[in-house]
Design a protein around this ligand. Structure first.
Ligand code: SF4
Length: 329
């Protein structure tokens, strides 16, 4: 029986699981072990092994549970999705699906508790970016100071801090999640594939990107390495909290008439943890930073759409919400 050692992360499990699938290793022939120093394999996607997005979401949550059997459960369900039925998750009485859903619930609970504790500890220690943010500074001085920020661990592996771009008197500020691979290398926000989607949507609704200030809730790229590729990782709550002073400083300088949050992370940072993006997108709310604060999809969500039809639907949602901003601006 092959023994597979992985770092205890969803990404490490996913890379190993892809290789095992490609080799045709059935779940009962694999033993999963956790090892903090295990290398993450560079796995090519096996042809025909696409699984429903719902599985990836639930699996990511289950990976956050502390139960050591979760990797085997994830692989069993993945194997059955590929070899038995793509509709497996709909059978909520199936023992493997029930186990997966239980682990996902446990993972959500434990992740939230751990993140809340980390945020509390950060606030009590006066940590995060706050000591690095010069009081009353303009955008240029903030940007220069940002290059020295060590407010969380993300600065260690990223190429550079990616500060916002745009005029200090912009009426519209758009806040994304965090820099991606291209943004990290180029030092500017929204210059990769997601930036192209944003540019297209802005042009369609008549908003000039040069008149808009664009930034991110978290200023350093967070990623896991898979071979030569750097795969984006969603920032955790403590990283969002640590980086918040930079975003607040930018918004204090600009005082936008309209503040647009692109994606759930930015919406969570600005509109609070109870905000529900899919239910409340496209509506204005008053916040301490702008009387007209609104949220919509992150442009990268469009790119993650499973097929052309879904991508077109997600793009229309983003564009229509940006049109609300353009009309108000
Ligand atoms: S992500 Fe934000 S808080 Fe963390 S090091 Fe970078 S700039 Fe500082």
């Amino acid at each position: 029986m092959p023994s597979v050692a992985i770092q205890p992360t969803f990404e490490a499990w996913q890379a190993a699981a892809r290789l095992l699938l490609a080799e045709g290793a059935s779940p009962d022939t694999v033993e999963w072990r956790e090892a903090a120093d295990a290398a993450t394999p560079a796995a090519a996607l096996p042809g025909g092994a696409r699984v429903p997005r719902q599985f990836l979401d639930v699996a990511r949550q289950a990976a956050g549970a502390s139960d050591p059997t979760r990797w085997a459960v994830l692989y069993t369900v993945l194997w059955r999705l590929v070899h038995e039925s793509r509709e497996l998750l709909a059978d909520t009485r199936d023992p493997d699906v029930r186990r997966l859903n239980g682990l996902a619930a446990q993972g959500r609970r434990e992740t939230q508790q751990a993140e809340m504790q980390a945020v509390l500890a950060l606030e009590q220690a006066g940590g995060g970016a706050a000591p690095f943010v010069p009081k009353g500074a303009g955008l240029d001085d903030l940007r220069a100071a940002g290059a020295r920020c060590e407010g969380c661990d993300l600065f260690r592996r990223a190429t550079q801090m990616v500060f916002g771009r745009g005029p200090a008197d912009a009426r519209v500020v758009l806040v994304g999640e965090q820099p991606g691979d291209q943004e990290d290398l180029k030092g500017a926000p929204f210059v990769g594939p997601a930036g192209e989607v944003l540019d297209r949507a802005l042009a369609e609704v008549g908003l000039d990107r040069r008149q808009v200030y664009v930034t991110n809730a978290v200023k350093h790229f967070s990623f896991v390495e898979r071979g030569k590729r750097r795969i984006h990782q969603t920032p955790r709550l403590p990283e969002i909290a640590a980086c918040r002073p930079w975003l607040e400083a930018e918004l204090d300088v600009i005082k936008p008439a309209i503040l647009g949050c692109l994606g759930a992370t930015a919406a969570r940072a600005i509109l609070g943890p109870d905000f529900r993006l899919l239910r409340q997108h496209g509506q204005f709310f008053a916040t301490r930073w702008s009387p007209k604060t609104i949220a919509t999809l992150h442009p990268s969500a469009v790119l993650r759409g499973q097929d052309d039809a879904e991508q077109a639907r997600l793009y229309a949602m983003l564009r229509d919400d940006l049109r609300v901003i353009a009309t108000a601006a």
